[in-house]
Design a binder for this molecule. Structure first.
Ligand code: NIG
Ligand code: MN
Ligand code: MN
Length: 320
């Protein structure tokens, strides 16, 4: 079963200014039923996806269930530069219980739809990368099949494993591709940071068969900035909206040790920020999530702090 839990405001703590100088003073923790459409600007809504059942099924190291909590804790302490009137909500967490990952994905999908229908941009904190299947489906329900959804995934892995023997954290984009085929709509997937030492030959073949666009890790760095920018911009131009997903295991383990499958040769934060800037400037970003953060293997909250800083960067850029 999957359950929904409103966030305990005690999680959002930090230095006190009394005048919203810090994000814990800015955030509003509300229940999903209180999310209302109003005539103000769009706002961001943080949602947790506390689930590591997909990682477990994929033979990974469990612990990502605690990801949403630690990202909130680190984000809480960071300075707030948002306008007084802008919305910054925490709308709670979907918790996977009894291994019911598909229930959690369904609940996530419904919740994403609800948030989008109320002018919120979802920022989902995972959780295993199975989160992507629920997040994408919520977006799909909202935009309908008339609009083309582009998926930009920052990751060491394609996550295109076949789900013939069940769904897990390594199958979400394969599942999406199969659904696209059934719906006769294009599957638009750009994967940034792919490593040959993290994906077998079959996965590269699947990527080719599905027309997946990707940049390998050794090309995904600031030395190739112009090429990276070009590839990302071409992808953005071709789609109506962009679902962005950041798998923390794509970063070098020097930056992000707190994951199930660490990447000693992973990418660095700077190149990700360059790409995020392009996505945000395009005004096409419809939702974003952070996957695979596993606090059990983190060092001095390094990975949680990086995840929080990425979110901080995103929310301090203009929305459409
Ligand atoms: N979401 C993660 N997917 C990776 C995990 C790799 C690993 O555990 O080594 C994958 O299935 O390829
Ligand atoms: Mn992944
Ligand atoms: Mn990965």
């Amino acid at each position: 079963m999957a359950i929904y839990q409103k966030t305990n405001t005690k999680i959002w703590t930090g230095r006190k200014s009394g005048s919203q100088l810090y994000l814990h003073e800015k955030v509003a923790c509300i229940g999903l039923d209180a999310v209302k459409k109003d005539n103000f600007e769009k706002g961001y809504a943080i949602l947790g996806y506390a689930c590591d059942e997909g990682v477990k099924r994929n033979q990974g190291r469990v612990g990502a269930k605690e990801g949403p909590k630690v990202i909130r804790e680190q984000l809480a302490k960071l300075p707030n530069h948002l306008d007084k009137d802008s919305k910054f909500l925490d709308v709670g967490t979907i918790i996977c219980t009894d291994g019911a990952m598909e229930d959690a994905q369904n609940m996530l999908s419904e919740t994403i739809y609800h948030l989008l229908a109320h002018d919120m941009v979802p920022l989902v904190f995972g959780g295993g990368h199975d989160m992507a299947y629920g997040h994408y489906n919520g977006i799909k329900k909202y935009v309908s099949t008339k609009k083309t959804i582009g998926i930009v995934n920052f990751d060491a892995h394609f996550d295109l494993r076949s789900n013939a023997n069940g769904n897990n954290s390594g199958t979400p984009f394969y599942q999406i591709a199969q659904d696209c085929r059934a719906d006769t709509i294009p599957f638009r997937y750009l994967c940034l940071g792919i490593r040959k030492d993290a994906n077998d030959q079959n996965l590269f073949k699947t990527a080719e068969q599905l027309n997946v666009q990707y940049l390998e890790r050794h090309h995904f760095n600031l030395y190739n900035l112009e090429h990276v920018r070009l590839r990302v911009m071409q992808f953005i131009e071709d789609v109506d909206c962009i679902y962005t997903t950041i798998d923390m295991d794509g970063f070098s383990s020097a930056y992000a040790p707190g994951v199930s499958a660490a990447s000693p040769m992973g990418f660095s934060p700077d190149i990700v920020l360059e790409c995020l800037r392009l996505i945000i400037d395009s005004k096409k970003m419809i939702g974003l999530d952070i996957a695979e953060l596993n606090p059990k293997y983190d060092i001095d909250n390094r990975t949680a702090k990086l995840a929080a800083s990425l979110v901080h960067y995103i929310i301090h850029n203009e929305l459409h």
